[in-house]
Ligand binder design. Sequence first.
Ligand code: ADP
Length: 593
Amino acid sequence: MRDFFKKLLAASEDRKISLNDRLSARMILVSVPAGFFGMIVCILAHTHIVAVAITAFLWISIPICYAILIFKGKLKTLEIIMLIALIILMPLLWLFGGGLYSGMSIWILYELVLFAVSLSGKLEVFANLCTIFTFIAAIMVERYTDFHFELATHHDVGVSVVGSVIVAGGIIVYMINYQKMLYRREFEMVENKNSELIVMADKAEKANRAQKLFLANMSHEVRSPMNVVLGFNHLISESSDINEIHDFAKNIESAGESLLIIVNDILDFSKIETGKLSIYPAAYNLDELVQMCCSSIELMCRQKGLEFTTGVDPTLPKALFGDKMRLRQCITNLLTNAYKYTDMGSVRLDFINGGLSADHKSVILKIAVKDTGRGISEAQRTEIFTRFQRLDENTNRAIEGTGLGLALTKSILEMMGGTIDYTSEEKRGSEFRIEIRQEIVSSGEAPAVAAPDAYSSHSDAASKLSGMCVLVVDDSSTNLVLMKHLLKQLNIKAVTATSGLETLERVKTDRFDMIFMDHMMPHMDGVETYRRMKTFEHLNKETPVIMLTANAMSGAEDEYKAEGFAGYLSKPVKLDDIRREMLKVMHKQGSHT
Ligand code: ADP
């Protein structure tokens, strides 16, 4: 029995149910002793047997109903049964418990409190109106008919009033206190939770800041050692005549490049997550974009025995405005996928004119990448642009990939106002289509495209660059050794400086043909050093300065050029890149003078 009551009590304190329902459960529960003591008061005050029977019925039926319904979670049903029972029984109890000249009035108040605590909304209003209406009806019946019972003596009236006040009043006071205690406890809990939330928010803020810092450093930290690995790998390969060494070096190079692509994808992904990915639109030449997209994939396809073709709609305007580097990243992702997932046949890249705007100020650029590869099944359609989702994990295991490429491509395109879609047939191939609006600029605003290898013809370069003397600034001695060796291959003499201050001294005493400047250096970074170089007289006022940095973020090149740097090279840097950039800078210098 004790267990049973313990269970009942526990149910009324169950934190899984709402505060109101817990109050309601407790109110109905305390009605059990109310029924019992009410019955005792009836007996002691010598009321009619009907009043005793009613209180006895309430005393016994409430715990039974409670046990059945509350454990089934049907508190509402219990409330409605109580409502009906009390609305029917209380007027009878009034009439047979002594009426106006007894303690019955306080039981009516008890009923009103019970409804106020356990019910809410329209039901509560309805229950209270019913109570008042039946109460008035009972007084009328008592006054105008014989259908009631009056207590025989003053003593009985006294017992009834005092007993009722003690029982019903006691329970009302208990309920008020219980409610106060429940709200206080909840309030304390909310306060505790609030202070926990403040601590957690503080931690989250710190973690967020740490993540941002991590992102900013990541590109630099990974690219710098990769620059050394790939650079020395190149030197090892160049300095050896053994074919096997060349093969090993090629493998290191291709693995290093794959690693860089993955690192960049992860960086971009984190930047999108934190809303940090920026788009840098600028005027560009469409032909240059086409060249950039085709250059590496063409060779990769040829090596795999795939045919690679390109088509550019002649009606497309050549001078456009948009983020060329991000667009190239999207197209390269699609081309790499086409290459990866095609074993036989061909890969085709098309640039199509999707129509000029009415004012001829913009054009819809449609880009299609078509392959004759394995295709994508209809069932995988919804998953294809989901992050980290690689379809058909079993068959794809042998193919490198992170499952980030398409999701990134889609997010980047959406940020630029573009869309991506595809059609595919299993075992026949796929076609991915990008659609993006690009502003049209006058051809003078877009940079002219160089012929594919204008700056990298070896013999040309050899004669132009040979014998030059350059200053290389970098705080990492390994990077300096690497650059010295790479430049030696071009027959260029390299003088080195390991800090901004040393550079400022060097430029006063020696004259250089070109300066390669690292960005991230302790005490005085490359940009600051360059700014200071502009503030005083020295021997290198006219010397072009090339930014050679691990900062490969989109838009970085434009920022450095806006600062005044003549050229930009991102680490890991290759000999060909150095040669091409130096010739480009010289070409520009020549055309300016
Ligand atoms: P992954 O790094 O795995 O290539 P992507 O996001 O680029 O990641 O592509 C997601 C999945 O979509 C791939 O794992 C592959 O199963 C499928 N997929 C993408 N492009 C092609 C394609 N051209 N042909 C066949 N399947 C493709």
